[in-house]
Design a protein around this ligand. Structure first.
Ligand SMILES: Nc1ncnc2c1ncn2[C@@H]1O[C@H](COP(=O)(O)OP(=O)(O)O)[C@@H](O)[C@H]1O
Ligand SMILES: O=C(COP(=O)(O)O)[C@H](O)[C@H](O)COP(=O)(O)O
Length: 702
């Protein structure tokens, strides 16, 4: 029930003790005056529409104007409390405590949800949320029930982040069924999912499940319950903190001739436009945008106390990322909030001291000095809130788009001799980024002649003059500039060109070929330049096997071609090595395994990596040993001034490499597919090294 690390944490126990004490010792005015009587009355005579029954019997709108999910969540706890009250003859004391316990359950659920939403130290999360004075005041002093829709909203965000849009929609639908105002978050989630290539395909499933669940939970009650229809327009909770106000639309500016400018919709639409303008958002920026928009609405329109609960998860996310400065800002905001609400909202009852719940604010409503003090407190709260919102936005924008993808695609170049593994590595990298996120352009498609062309007598494929490198460069640069190209394809199965086809740009452009690092204009635009320098015996073994079995060449022809190409390899292909950021050299773990050209089984491999930029080579080595069980040798300064890493471990598993990658580059989540296809063995190692190179580049790309 309670995770071990929480059970052993003193901060958790302190927060739990504070909550239980508040539930037993305090009787919040909202609950005593509205929620508990409504729940008790309706549970005493159950009906499908407790709201209309209350309207008929009492003649005024019910005080419990939340949706059916909220009602059904509290009902079991209040019903058990009522049962004990009936046995003990204790009035509605235990029913009231039952309501408080239901909030504690939702509150604890929100703590667990936030543990999923924000990876980080347990202590810092407990201090940021479980011991937050904001949370304790709103839920246990003032008695609001907004923690229930808030936990459902956070669960929806967590499930979205985990790539489960259907379940995320169900959770959001339940949240809307608990409090219809949660609907306000939906347009922001639509903008987020749409702006993200990796999430866009989940949008329909998310919308359908949200729509179905909320249609049943909100649509039906709206259709058949007159009281629920009225509740949408009138928000009695606002009356307590803002006399004379019955709806957030009452915050307006008279625009002459009886027309009004409603402030809330204006700020909401500005926030939505801002989110759309940001374009590609990561989840942290989504949390920031939601937090900032919620704060703006809360601060710029006199809001019910419970609505501040909705912004708590985003304040927690900001505080955990912003360090001490963020923590101080959030604490200042919480303090100003509590001071203001203490003087404008009713006190809870304290039965032990004989104090009844106060249904009127502490301050005398008509005294000038009281109005000045209240206005001053609200002004301080608004001022700190605006500073907090601006800091959240600044940090969120700075941290967003870690790879600079909203500016232009990432470009990876892979060059090497024939058979060194260019296509294999390019396919492996594409599998990490996901369908639709990668565009490939191959130098083979820019050969000048087809396989049976007579001019191959004069040139080998390695001679730049036998390839249209100008068109290759132009098209690659077009893709790197987000522009589509028209390009024919060289089919290795037939040795013929296919008709030109349109290739769209994507987040990642993979430029592969014998001359991928040859054109200066191209290699200068590559984010990572890779050269494959496979062990020659291994290359011949692999090339022979591939060209005979997959390309239909005879063994004699392939061997003759290899010999004929050596001079051009030395003149045109090998010199590209010096332009590479990374040089991968695959070696046979056991040279005897490739002595028989007819061997068709797997070949255990080793990998030598030489990197020009290797700030965390030792850290990488430690993770590879610890998490992947690989044997690793590191030498900082190898030949050509490159750091060198030799890795042996053909039994390295994809999930170990995935874990290593996420440890070394937490921001990878923005880049990788929801289920990245990691490869086992040395191919997986190469995938990991390429991603590390991309991550090291990012500051330059911004
Ligand atoms: N990382 C790798 N792991 C195992 N085998 C590989 C790897 N890279 C290449 N090969 C083998 O080498 C052959 C040629 O690879 P390929 O990617 O077609 O080379 P290129 O595209 O450079 O001509 C492949 O058919 C495969 O059998
Ligand atoms: O050298 C290469 C480049 O391809 P790769 O680097 O993939 O080996 C191929 O031999 C030519 O493209 C001709 O192909 P084919 O032999 O099919 O005519």
């Amino acid at each position: 029930m309670i995770p071990t690390d929480l059970r052993r944490n003193p901060w958790f126990h302190l927060g739990l003790a504070l909550r239980i004490a508040a539930i037993l010792l305090l009787v919040p005015a909202l609950q005593a005056g509205w929620y508990t009587p409504f729940m008790a009355r309706s549970l005493a005579a159950p009906t499908l529409d407790p709201w209309s029954r209350y309207l008929q019997q009492v003649g005024e709108l019910p005080a419990f104007f939340a949706g059916p999910v909220m009602y059904l969540f509290h009902a079991p706890f209040v019903a058990v409390g009522m049962l004990f009250d009936w046995v003990a003859g204790s009035g509605s004391t235990l029913a009231q405590i039952g309501l408080g316990l239901s909030l504690l359950v939702a509150d604890y659920g929100l703590l667990l949800a936030l543990r999923h939403m924000q990876q980080g130290s347990e202590d810092r999360l407990l201090l940021a949320y479980w011991l937050s004075p904001l949370v304790l005041f709103i839920t246990y002093w003032h008695g609001d029930t907004d923690v229930v829709p808030t936990v459902l909203m956070v669960l929806s965000l967590v499930l979205l982040r985990q790539g489960q849009p259907g379940r995320a929609g169900v959770m959001l639908g339940l949240g809307i069924g608990a409090k219809i105002s949660i609907l306000a978050i939906l347009p922001f989630l639509v903008v987020f999912l749409w702006s993200h290539r990796r999430h866009r395909d989940t949008l329909p499933r998310f919308l359908v499940s949200t729509g179905l669940v909320s249609a049943v939970l909100v649509g039906l009650p709206l259709l058949f319950s007159p009281a629920v229809q009225q509740m949408l327009l009138v928000n009695p909770k606002l009356l307590v903190a803002n006399p004379g106000m019955i709806s957030i639309l009452d915050v307006d500016i008279t625009a002459g001739a009886g027309h009004k400018l409603y402030i809330m919709p204006v700020f909401y639409l500005l926030g939505l436009y801002g989110a759309w303008q940001v374009g590609r958002m990561n989840f942290n920026l989504l949390y920031t945008v939601l937090g900032v928009v919620y704060l703006a609405v809360l601060l710029l329109t006199p809001s019910a106390v419970g609505w501040y609960m909705w912004v708590v998860p985003f304040l927690v996310a900001y505080r955990l990322r912003a360090g001490r400065r963020g923590a101080m800002l959030v604490m200042a905001f919480a303090t100003a909030f509590i001071v203001h609400k203490l003087i404008v909202t009713p006190m809870p009852g304290i039965p032990l001291l004989g104090l009844a719940p106060g249904l009127t604010p502490l301050m005398p409503e008509d005294a000038t000095w009281a109005l000045r003090l209240t206005s001053f407190a609200f002004s301080v709260l608004t001022g700190i809130g605006i500073v907090l919102a601006l800091n959240m936005l600044r940090r969120g924008l700075e941290e967003n788009d870690f790879f600079g993808l909203s500016q232009r695609p990432l470009a990876i170049g892979i060059a090497g001799d024939s058979g060194t593994g260019k296509d294999t590595l390019a396919l492996a990298m594409a599998g990490l980024f996901g369908e639709g996120a990668v565009t490939g352009i191959s130098g083979d498609d820019y050969h000048l002649f087809e396989r049976r062309g007579k001019l191959w007598q004069a040139f080998t494929h390695l001679d730049p003059r036998a390839n249209d490198l100008e068109a290759f460069t132009r098209d690659a640069l077009q893709l790197i500039a987000w522009r589509p190209i028209l390009c024919r394809h060289y089919d290795h199965a037939t040795g013929l060109f296919t008709p030109p086809r349109r290739i769209q740009a994507s987040d990642l452009v993979m430029v592969t070929g014998l001359h991928a690092l040859y054109p200066i204009a191209l290699r200068e635009r590559l984010d990572v330049a890779i050269y494959l320098d496979m062990d020659e015996a291994l290359r011949r073994f692999f090339k022979l096997r591939r060209d005979v079995l997959q390309r239909g060449h005879s063994q004699e022809k392939v061997l003759a071609s290899i010999e004929r190409r050596v001079p051009d390899f030395q003149d045109f292909v090998q010199p590209q090595r010096e332009h590479a950021d990374v040089v991968f050299s695959l070696l046979p773990a056991d040279p005897e395994a490739i002595e028989d050209p007819g061997y068709l089984g797997p070949v255990p491999l080793k990998l030598r990596v030489q990197m020009r930029r290797a700030t965390n080579l030792d850290r990488l080595a430690r993770y590879l040993i610890a998490l992947c069980g690989a044997q690793v040798d590191v030498s900082q300064a190898s030949s050509q001034g490159m750091a060198e890493l030799v890795v042996d471990g053909s039994d390295v598993q994809p999930e170990d490499i995935d874990m290593t990658a996420r440890q070394l580059v937490p921001e990878l989540e923005e880049l990788l597919a929801r289920n990245p296809a990691w490869q086992a063995g040395m191919t997986g190692m190469m995938q990991l090294v390429v991603l590390l190179q991309l991550a090291e580049l990012t500051p330059k790309r911004r």
